[in-house]
Design a protein around this ligand. Sequence first.
Ligand SMILES: C[S@@+](CC[C@H](N)C(=O)[O-])C[C@H]1O[C@@H](n2cnc3c(N)ncnc32)[C@H](O)[C@@H]1O
Length: 351
Amino acid sequence: MLRLNISASIDYNAAVMSSDTAHPQKLNSQMLPWPVDWAALLGAARPLILEIGFGHGDFLLHLARQHPDASIIGLEISNRCLTLVEDRLQRHNLHHVRVIHTPAETALHHLFEPGTLDEAHINFPDPWFKTRHEHRRLMQRDTLDALVSRLKPEGRLYLATDIHDYAVMAADLLAATPGLDNRLDTPWANTMDGRVVTKYERKARQEGRACYYFAYQRNHQPAPPVPVIQELPMPHVVFETPLSLEAMRAAFQPIEYAYGDTHINISFIYLGERALLFDIYVKEPTIDQRVALTLVARERPDEYTLQLSMIGHPRPTTGIHAATNLLADWLIGLHPDTKVLKRKTQVIKTE
Ligand SMILES: C[S@@+](CC[C@H](N)C(=O)[O-])C[C@H]1O[C@@H](n2cnc3c(N)ncnc32)[C@H](O)[C@@H]1O
């Protein structure tokens, strides 16, 4: 099954490493199709193994050597780690591994279909214990539900941490997850055979801290309801107004709006020769996007099109449609003689 969408600009052939010298196309969740056809990306249908937050990549390389017949996917938010590990993979000719620049939360919701992962590993996740940072913590209900839904029946989930409070919190969360069974007789173990020692693990052991290892397995309980996120068509609005671009720019005030868990900020405006460009930040529960909407003067006098600019590889999510509606409504409301000629946006319930 191959579900490509127009806005996703991945060339699967270019992305597959075909020779020792070929460099793979850099991958991130904003540019990959949603969901990804992993068999096309890696050149063959194989078991899928995931590592979240691979850091310097010791464990990822170990997984790659342990599983030459699987496809290994690594997720990282640090570009430095990504570049470092891409180089390591090249040097070691590990062509069945791909690393992706993405928050794990976005990848789990957007890039993977339900019931497709054979294994997932999380090694020494950042704890984010402060209340204001809590939303960044990997082990939390929404992210774990997404992970459980993406695991195959009998798929494995492994977690390691060197922070006792994190281990206690994770043990409670995992024990309260009906879709997972503990493979150990205890909530965690303090050693686990066959593991390669990661950078953080080495540091913890050198500093005399205990490590806590978890091993869970997906059972046959129904997966939590985590949707596969589909994109909407590209939004655009055409209208006629007696106002000039300069007059619209002069009237602009930053717009902030929130509905549910979605936050929209329209903070800056730029005036070009025949266009206005609006700087848009949309934070949705599974993805943050910083994109631009442009208001372009059409051939006919007084007519304008509001549309997504290609800056920042925008993905037309519901939040992006809501931002387009918000901005269009503001522009239309600027003058009583404004007439809407075409509106191709999804109406999003924002009350
Ligand atoms: C404490 S380090 C552990 C690195 C490595 N796993 C190890 O054991 O040495 C946590 C890693 O997770 C990455 N990370 C943090 N939040 C992430 C997220 N939401 N998605 C993907 N990676 C994340 C960080 O960039 C960092 O490399």
